[in-house]
Ligand binder design. Structure first.
Ligand code: NI
Ligand code: MN
Length: 231
């Protein structure tokens, strides 16, 4: 299983030739201001068989519709978000907090996130969440936007994680100090940090953040734009 990070909290997991794109945010993403043609090339060319949406804030959902329309990808999210995008003519599957569901690429569970979820037009976006992905090639927790929450302790009761993708920029989500505790809660010492440096308010010191993890014998991975890791 390969994970490619694009920017902010947008990444793709590729397994068994299926491309699972998470929270696509290219349009209006300040990271691409210096190189708008790169954002456009992602919008034009990025493959997607499934698009996972953790919640509806624009920095997670701005390009769901256009990429799903171009690729024919199935949108997987909570019931309200799935219903919204079905109304736009997209293929959708709506979940809620509960159990693992079987997909072509693996098993997926929608899990609690301590955050909010409203579309830009004011439409209710259901409860925000994250996803736990279980596959024969490894298991990944995609936290979405969330504060540190006790609910994370439920995840290792069901899944032995190989990677936790956690937000670390603070202000809207956990910062590194919370994220290192989250990694304890979910039982995973290998963390990919996301949701930092995109906006002025969430710029972090990378060395300080990495140090918070290494002090505890953990690894915080910060990928460059377009870089990949093997899960
Ligand atoms: Ni958000
Ligand atoms: Mn966000």
């Amino acid at each position: 299983m390969v994970l490619t990070f694009y920017a902010h909290a947008t990444y793709t997991i590729i397994l068994d030739e299926k491309h699972v794109l998470i929270d696509p945010f290219f349009t209006g993403n300040p990271i691409f201001e210096k190189d708008p043609t790169l954002a456009q090339s992602y919008l034009n060319d990025l493959p997607a068989d499934f698009i996972l949406v953790t919640h509806t804030h624009h920095d997670h959902a701005s390009d769901v519709e256009s990429i799903a329309k171009r690729t024919g990808a199935t949108v997987i999210s909570n019931h309200e978000i799935a219903f919204y995008f079905a109304g736009k003519g997209l293929k959708t599957i709506g979940l809620n907090y509960g159990s693992f569901i079987d997909f072509e690429f693996g098993k997926l569970k929608y899990v609690w996130a301590a955050h909010s979820s409203t579309f830009e037009d004011g439409t209710y976006g259901g409860n925000p969440g994250g996803f736990v992905l279980q596959t024969d090639q490894g298991n990944v927790y995609m936290a979405g936007d969330t504060a540190l929450t006790q609910e994370m302790k439920l995840i290792p009761l069901f899944t032995e994680l190989d990677l936790a993708v956690l937000p670390i920029g603070g202000v809207f989500t956990m910062g590194p100090i919370e994220a290192v505790i989250a990694s304890d809660f979910v039982g995973c010492d290998r963390v990919l940090g996301v949701h930092y440096d995109t906006f002025p308010s969430i710029i972090i010191d990378h060395e300080v953040a990495r140090g918070i993890f290494t002090e505890r014998g953990k690894e915080l991975i910060l990928l460059g734009f377009g870089e990949s890791l093997e899960v």
